[in-house]
Design a protein around this ligand. Structure first.
Ligand code: COA
Length: 168
């Protein structure tokens, strides 16, 4: 069984309002702020050290994690000034099933205008259509209406309680 990770290339994806790009060190304060947001913490697994220095180190490790097939995290960046609106990422790559888990968050001030729905759809469309993955899973706490709507808008279907899936 080949359990090695899946290495995704960095895609070039954009809409009129945002583009998708790798994390860079200047984003560390924005990432550290996301790690302090109760709603974001509740929907993901932030690291124990949530300082700006830790965010900078996490960002420095991003490309290594991508190349090791461990995780791939991308910034949803504003089209006008490139600031961080949110994140879409992949983890738990399963080379045998050609599957991965996806997760996302959007900064509070950027919510409610369709950023998450559009970005998750764009990135997951790319990962499936590009042939990199056959299945993308999402874990969403039951009753988390906004994230369930994001998943539905991005073409995911409920698979089991709290688990959504979209396949190629
Ligand atoms: C969930 C989250 C990513 C949504 O981001 P967003 O950019 O505001 O989402 P969108 O604007 O694309 O809206 C998505 C849908 O949620 C709906 N929505 C927004 N707030 C909602 C709420 N509090 N309750 C229910 N639905 C809500 C919107 O109406 C929209 O539904 P529609 O497409 O049927 O109209 C954002 O709220 C967030 O980051 N939350 C904290 C982190 C988190 O929970 N991450 C997900 C873990 S799986």
């Amino acid at each position: 069984v080949n359990t090695a990770g899946i290495v995704l290339e960095v895609p070039d994806l954009a809409t009129e309002t945002f583009r998708v790009r790798p994390w860079r060190s200047a984003d560390a304060p924005s990432l550290a702020r996301a790690w302090q947001d109760e709603a974001i913490i509740a929907g993901s697994v932030p690291p124990p050290d949530r300082t700006k220095a830790a965010a900078r180190r996490w960002i420095e490790g991003c490309d290594g994690r991508r190349l090791a097939g461990v995780a791939f995290d991308l910034v949803i960046a504003a089209a006008d000034d490139d600031h961080v609106l949110g994140e879409v990422g992949f983890s738990r790559f399963d080379n045998e099933r050609r599957a991965a888990l996806t997760g996302w968050w959007v900064h509070e001030e950027a919510r409610g205008v369709g950023v998450a729905s559009a970005a998750v759809a764009l990135v997951v469309d790319w990962a499936l259509n590009d042939g990199a993955l056959d299945h993308v899973l999402a874990e969403i706490r039951e009753g988390h209406g906004a994230s369930e709507s994001v998943a539905r808008a991005a073409g995911f279907l409920p698979l089991a309680p709290g688990v959504w899936r979209r396949s190629r």
